[in-house]
Structure formats: structure tokens, C-alpha cells
Write a protein that binds this ligand. Structure first.
Ligand SMILES: Nc1ncnc2c1ncn2[C@@H]1O[C@H](COP(=O)(O)OS(=O)(=O)O)[C@@H](OP(=O)(O)O)[C@H]1O
Ligand SMILES: Nc1ncnc2c1ncn2[C@@H]1O[C@H](COP(=O)(O)OP(=O)(O)O)[C@@H](O)[C@H]1O
Length: 184
């Protein structure tokens, strides 16, 4: 018996088919590629390109995209600090399940807070957690503005927009940092 979060009397159930058996079946290792950066920095584009490339190599991947998850799993969440924290916590847990299932899980979310990204990394001590920082200047992201959200934020029609009037904390020790001159 153990105590988990708010409840007690819950038990961990083991199965003889585990992570290693699944990895053998799929001929790959589960891991998480966590893409972080401002809106418009290219997270979804990179996630899709990576997934297509892996697919072509016969590797099974799955994308957890912030925008998409907010249509379902996270549709009860907004953009206040506590909602973003819960958003990242949930996606970290889902990413852990996908990695445990043996997939290459590609999470692409703004994930503005360093502490939350680090907490996701800490959830995955037995897997590779590859943090990819799309270090694109705000001016570039704002010039792209494919959804017109920066314009609305500048006009004050969206409050708390990341990079405008809400913070983004860049990673200090990410595995991969991509800058505009890297020519992606
Ligand atoms: N206030 C505010 N701030 C930032 N982003 C906003 C906001 N309102 C809506 N959007 C749109 O939501 C997308 C970001 O969702 P995420 O789940 O990745 O955000 S977060 O990680 O919880 O910060 C983000 O998508 P991307 O442009 O793909 O990053 C925006 O389209
Ligand atoms: N490497 C790149 N070079 C030029 N434009 C890009 C690049 N990556 C993405 N874009 C464009 O920038 C915009 C934002 O990309 P997107 O992947 O939607 O970013 P995010 O998911 O971070 O909001 C889109 O119009 C996309 O086509």
C-alpha cells in the first residue's frame, strides 16, 4: 500500500510485459524530446519534421503539441501561471507514459518555466530526456506571427502573452539549442 498525492490505499500493479519487452518488440528505446520556445519559434514545425524523419527510418514517434492538447486533455486550462504549471505537469506525465510504452515522444510546448521543464526531466530518470531550445528572438517570432496572436497581444486584446507581458525562462543546460543562424 502506498500514499500518492491526495489518496491512500492505492497499489502499483506490475505486469511481466514491461518497458524492456516493448522496446524489444519495437526495436527502439523510448525517450522524450522536449521542444521549448516562444510562440512562433518553430516548435510545431520542428516536431513534425522530426516525426516524419523518424517515421521514414522506421521509428515510432508521437507528438504532444501544446496547441493540440489544449483542444482535449488540457481544454480546462488557460494561460495563468497555475494553469501553465498544470499543463506542463500533465504533459510531462503523458510523455512518461509514451516513453514507457517505447515511443519517441516529441513534446512541443512553450513551457515557459524552467522549474516545470526540470520537473518533467526528473519524472524520466530511466529514459533519455532531450531538451531542445528554439532560441529565436522575439522580433523574429513576432514578425512571423502566423496566427496573428502577437498583434492581438500588442493591441492589448490578449493579456499575459508569453514574451510580451508574460515571462519565458530560457533553459540553462539544455541538450540542444537552435538559433536562427543554424538555418533550420
Ligand atoms: N497568452 C498566451 N500565451 C502564449 N500562448 C498563447 C496564449 N494564448 C494563446 N496561446 C496559444 O497557445 C499556444 C501555447 O500553448 P502551450 O500549451 O504550449 O503553452 S504553455 O506551455 O502552457 O505556456 C501557442 O501556440 P504556439 O504558437 O504553437 O506556441 C499560442 O497559439
Ligand atoms: N526554420 C524556419 N524558418 C522559417 N520559418 C519557419 C521555420 N520554422 C517554422 N517557421 C514558420 O514560423 C511559423 C511558426 O512556426 P510554428 O512551428 O507554428 O511555431 P510554434 O509551434 O513555436 O508556434 C510558421 O509560419 C512556420 O511555417
Amino acid at each position: 500500500m502506498s500514499s500518492v498525492g491526495k489518496v491512500t490505499n492505492v497499489f502499483w500493479q506490475e505486469c511481466s510485459i514491461g518497458k524492456f519487452e516493448r522496446q524489444k518488440l519495437l526495436n527502439q528505446k523510448g525517450c522524450v524530446v522536449w521542444i521549448t520556445g516562444l510562440s512562433g519559434s518553430g516548435k510545431s514545425t520542428l516536431a513534425c519534421t522530426l516525426s516524419k524523419d523518424l517515421h521514414a527510418r522506421g521509428k515510432l514517434s508521437y507528438i504532444l503539441d501544446g496547441d493540440n492538447l489544449r483542444h482535449g486533455l488540457n481544454k480546462d486550462l488557460g494561460f495563468k501561471v497555475e494553469d501553465r504549471v498544470e499543463n506542463i505537469r500533465r504533459v510531462g506525465e503523458v510523455a512518461r507514459l509514451f516513453a514507457d510504452a517505447g515511443l519517441i515522444c516529441i513534446a512541443s510546448l512553450i513551457s515557459p518555466y524552467r522549474r516545470d521543464r526540470d520537473a518533467c526531466r526528473a519524472l524520466l530518470p530511466d529514459f533519455s530526456f532531450i531538451e531542445v531550445y528554439l532560441n529565436m528572438p522575439l522580433e523574429l517570432c513576432e514578425a512571423r506571427d502566423p496566427k496573428g496572436l502577437y498583434k492581438l497581444a500588442r493591441e492589448g486584446k490578449i493579456k499575459g502573452f508569453t514574451g510580451i507581458d508574460d515571462p519565458y525562462e530560457p533553459p540553462l543546460n539544455c541538450e540542444i539549442e537552435i538559433r536562427p543562424q543554424d538555418g533550420l
